[in-house]
Design a protein around this ligand. Structure first.
Ligand code: NAD
Length: 482
């Protein structure tokens, strides 16, 4: 497959080619064309023209029908999307089959339904002459939207933004992570087949520091929606401030789990294993700090270790594989640097801490061991900064107040997980967490109508259900004197 930007309904090459490497073997997957500055400009112009053309004037039902076809198009090519996503990310098929690809299709269906069923407000008001007035809101597309995302859940996270943006009648220029561009490239074909007019969906491929920065700095964008690291989020906010464009920022996390002694320990172990290790720990909502009430601390550590020992590395398509590699050699080096910093900070390494022995054909991949630590101080660097690898630290606690205080003592505030069978405590502690998403006796249980986003340095704004509509539309209040 030729990997190049998709502008105005066609794939466009450029002279500059870069390589996409397999995270599993380190071998070349394919070269891709880096978008030129001129191509970024063309993408923005195409998106503006489409907004002012048939897409902008299309009725909601027709738009919604097209978005259902996009969802059907992803489902019809399920196996191809699965193969591409796993080739790009190295994640096991068993994971992407149940999460990434179905959610990629669902994101179009759900937001098509949301826009179809939204009810807007009307206010009757008295006037001095007694005739009164009627106010009602008209919801309009926000315009041309820049969509930028990370590599950990490429199709899922990009469509989480493209779905509502298109449902609301906007046009988009999408900049996927330079690490993972296959499924976004395939989406161009699906858009054409579904009858999405040219210019509504565009992609520009290439490094964030160049192509991404060119896009967010472009005065032709009306808004930017971004998922990625907090550092890049700050740059996006800065660029968006020029011309006062709106920005939705879904950023990093350093998420805590609190396990009380009254928890169902089997459920707490099962949930924590997933939240720490799934997708090789590369999940923004994943747990990196675990607080366990002292009476069950030793048992919890021993059982989490036993579960971590069961992970099997391997190729994505192997049904035995339960853990893939990290996305890149650069990211592996970053994660391994935290493994070293943890030891320097006095951590006891319960399991892992290094690189696994892999067979020769996989030795070039970005493998790291699932890792558990105890004994670090709460202010140690690996306890404060997001690592984004398959690792966690477990700290004992004695009181509810102490656990809540330690869990909330973070510059981030994305998600948390509380494990308790005490219903009063579940409500009390659940609501005290300084995060966007506070789970109790679960993790990654997502209802797409609910607000999704982060507190503190984990983001600005919420998306999901009608919260997405608030971001992707502009409201005009019409006030009619009766
Ligand atoms: P990143 O910030 O390095 O890159 C994200 C995207 O921004 C990429 O497409 C990249 O090319 C682009 N980019 C980089 N510099 C840019 C610039 N100057 N201008 C414009 N675009 C630029 O993040 P990453 O390493 O790809 O992803 C991992 C991070 O994403 C983690 O911090 C993780 O927590 C976060 N994340 C957050 C959520 C969430 O919903 N809150 C979800 C997934 C991942």
């Amino acid at each position: 497959m030729k990997i190049s930007s998709f502008i105005n309904g066609v794939y466009v090459d450029s002279k500059e080619q870069r390589n996409i490497k397999s995270p599993v073997t380190g071998e070349l997957i394919t070269p891709y064309s880096v978008a030129t500055d001129a191509q970024v400009n063309e993408a923005v112009e195409a998106a503006r023209a489409a907004l002012n053309g048939p897409w902008g004037s299309m009725g909601i039902q027709e738009r919604v029908d097209i978005l259902y076809k996009v969802a059907d198009g992803i489902s019809a090519r399920f196996d191809e999307f699965l193969e591409a996503e796993c080739l790009d990310t190295g994640k096991p098929y068993s994971l992407a089959r149940h999460i990434d690809i179905p959610r990629g299709a669902a994101n179009f269906r759900i937001f098509a339904d949301t826009i179809k069923n939204v009810a807007d407000e009307a206010f009757h008001m008295p006037t001095p002459d007694g005739t009164g007035a009627l106010n009602y809101t008209v919801r309009k597309p926000k315009g041309v939207i820049g969509v930028i995302g990370p590599w950990n859940l490429p199709l899922l996270l990009m469509t989480w933004k493209i779905g509502p943006a298109l449902a609301c009648g906007n046009t988009v220029i999408v900049k996927p992570s330079e690490e993972t561009q296959l499924t976004m490239t395939m989406l161009g074909e699906v858009m054409n087949e579904a009858g999405v007019p040219p210019g509504v969906f565009n992609t520009v491929l290439g490094p964030g520091s160049r192509v991404g920065d060119k896009l967010i700095s472009h005065p032709g964008l009306d808004a930017i929606t971004f998922t990625g690291s907090t550092a890049t989020g700050e740059r996006v906010a800065e660029a968006a401030s020029v011309g006062l464009r709106d920005a939705s920022l879904e950023l990093g996390g350093k998420n805590a789990a609190i396990v009380f002694a009254d928890a169902d320990i089997d459920k707490a172990i099962e949930g924590t294993v997933r939240s720490v290790f799934v997708n090789c720990g590369q999940v923004c909502l994943g747990t990196e700090r675990v607080y366990v009430e002292r009476p069950i601390f030793d048992e919890f550590v021993a059982r989490l270790k036993a579960e971590a020992e069961k992970y099997k590395f391997g190729r994505p398509e192997d049904p035995e594989t339960t853990m893939g590699p990290l996305i890149s050699a650069t990211h592996r080096d970053k994660v391994l640097s935290y493994y070293e910093k943890a030891v320097e900070a006095g951590a006891t390494v319960v399991i892992g801490g290094g690189v696994p022995d892999m067979p020769a054909e996989l030795a070039g991949g970005n493998w790291v061991e699932p890792t558990i630590w105890t004994g670090m101080a709460e202010d140690a660097i690996p306890m404060r900064e997001e690592i984004f690898g398959p690792c966690c630290h477990i700290t004992p606690f004695d009181t509810e107040e102490e656990a809540v205080r330690m869990a909330n003592d973070s510059p981030y505030g994305l998600a948390s997980a509380i494990w308790t069978e005490n219903a009063s405590r579940a409500h009390r502690v659940g609501a005290q967490m300084e995060v966007g998403i506070s789970w109790v006796n679960s993790w990654f249980l997502r209802d797409l109508r609910t607000p999704f986003g982060g507190a503190k340095q984990s983001g600005i704004g919420r998306e999901g259900g009608h919260y997405s509509l608030e971001f992707y539309t502009e409201l005009t209040n019409v006030c009619i004197k009766l």
